[in-house]
Each structure stands twice: as C-alpha cells, then as structure tokens.
Design a protein around this ligand. Structure first.
Ligand code: SF4
Ligand code: SF4
Length: 247
C-alpha cells in the first residue's frame, strides 16, 4: 500500500480505531515533521508549567516561510531520537490532555474556506492512509464528526482558524515577504505569549495605545485573551487595521 488521501464527509462513518493494542502504537509520534500553532504552544507550555519562551527554546525550531517570511514553529528534532516527538513515552503521549490539534485530528486532514461576506466557515476533510498506521479498516459506529468530537479538537480548530484568517489577510494585503521586524512582531505576539506579556507589563510595549484597565487585566491573566489581542495587534501593526480596545 502507498500513502493515500481519501476525501470524506463529516457524516461518513469513520473506518478507523487507534488503540494501544495496535502493533503500530506510537509509530505516528516517532517520525515527525510537525508544525505547531500558537494555540498548540499555549496549551503545551501550560501543561508543562513553563513559560512559552522556555518551551520554544527547549522543544521547538523556528523557520521562515521562504516566500512569505512568516514564522513557522516545529518540534525540534532530538539528536538522540531523530524525529521522535519529545513527549512520546512507552505508555503513549505524556501531554495527552493538551496534545496539539494535528495530533488530535490524525489521520484526518482538515481544510477550511471562509465566506468573504459572512465570515462563515466551510470545512473539508480527508483521511490520510499511511503505511505505518494500522488503525484503518476497523468499523466503528462513529461518524467522522462524532470521532472528531471525541478527540476534543473544537477549541484547537476555533483558535487555529483565527491564525488562518490572519495568514490569508497577510497574503491579500502584504503579499510579499515580511521584513525581519515584522516577522519578529508576528512571532512575539502569537507564539511567545509570556514574553509578549512581559514586554507589555515590564517594558511598556503598548504604553502609547492607552489600553483600558479592564483589557490590561485580562491580558495579564488570560493567555487566550492575550493571544486574541496579539492577532489584533499584528493586524494593526502590519496592515494598519483598527485595534479593538474593548476588554
Ligand atoms: S504530542 Fe503526543 S500525540 Fe502528539 S506527536 Fe507528541 S507524543 Fe504523539
Ligand atoms: S499509527 Fe495510527 S493506529 Fe497506530 S498509534 Fe498512530 S494513529 Fe494510532
């Protein structure tokens, strides 16, 4: 068999079951070239109880899109284990509750389109049948949608779709390559949240914006609110769009 992508609908039945009894258990976590989204990093650093800065330094590599200059964060290969995920253990994933969205979706791939006028999102799915994965062909009673719900991937999709919207805005408004300082702002506000927070509160990064107290309070205490604000700040800094200052 060779690797295949098979389009599926959310109401189709899901012919797939992953369990620790499968001979391939953990194989999918041993040959990674995995991109991490800002929300993946937020959940992982919180799971580990460390700052985003330390998480990024310890576990990730930073690349830049060759045509876009956009920062791309991936798991860092470990010389001792090659492309094995740093969180795989003989018993499975050590950060299971906070594993990335792509780990939750695998072996499904998800793509979206957004209606320009209403902002409504349509989702498209495909099954990626890879030779190493032996979970296929096991009929469950679940539809693709029910299987996804069981993976609790909704919050990841919600936040990752905001990133996709930001990237498509960038492609529309600033189609060329970002300059170094623009890429740095994008990385700081989306990926290195704790450093962004430190720059705001210890180094007055946004002092000239006159942010209201209620907004400052939520940026201080709420990672998700800070990430959403970071997206708005990037839109403002890079594309000149108005920044929402409501708390
Ligand atoms: S985070 Fe967990 S599920 Fe994802 S690749 Fe690593 S060990 Fe596997
Ligand atoms: S290779 Fe497939 S069936 Fe095996 S553990 Fe990974 S996802 Fe599950």
């Amino acid at each position: 068999m060779t690797d295949e992508m098979i389009p599926v609908h959310e109401k189709d039945s899901m012919p797939f079951e992953c369990c620790s009894e499968n001979k391939c258990f953990n194989e999918c976590c041993r040959d990674l070239n995995q991109v991490l989204t800002p929300y993946d990093i937020l959940r992982l650093k919180r799971n580990l109880g460390i700052s985003s800065h330390l998480f990024l330094k310890k576990y990730t590599s930073l690349h830049y899109g060759p045509g876009s200059g956009l920062p791309i964060v991936t798991f860092k290969p470990n010389p001792a284990t090659g492309n094995e995920c740093p969180f795989v253990t003989p018993k499975g994933c050590s950060v299971y509750e906070d594993r990335p969205g792509s780990c939750r979706l695998y072996p499904l791939a998800r793509a979206i389109t957004r209606d320009r006028e209403t902002g409504e999102i349509d989702e498209y799915f495909a099954l990626i049948e890879e030779d190493h994965c032996l979970g296929f062909g096991k009929q469950t009673n679940l539809t693709v949608r029910q299987w996804m719900d069981g993976q609790e991937v909704g919050l990841h999709n919600l936040h990752n779709d905001k990133l996709m919207e930001l990237i498509s805005l960038k492609n529309k408004i600033l189609p060329g390559k970002l300059e170094g300082a623009q890429s740095d702002q994008f990385y700081l506000a989306l990926y290195d949240l704790d450093e962004f927070r430190r720059q705001i509160f210890d180094h007055n990064l946004l002092a000239d914006l006159g942010l209201p107290g209620s907004l400052l309070e939520s940026l201080k205490n709420d990672d998700e609110a800070l990430m959403d604000f970071g997206i708005g700040w990037v839109k403002n800094m890079l594309f000149g769009l108005e920044l929402d200052l409501k708390g």
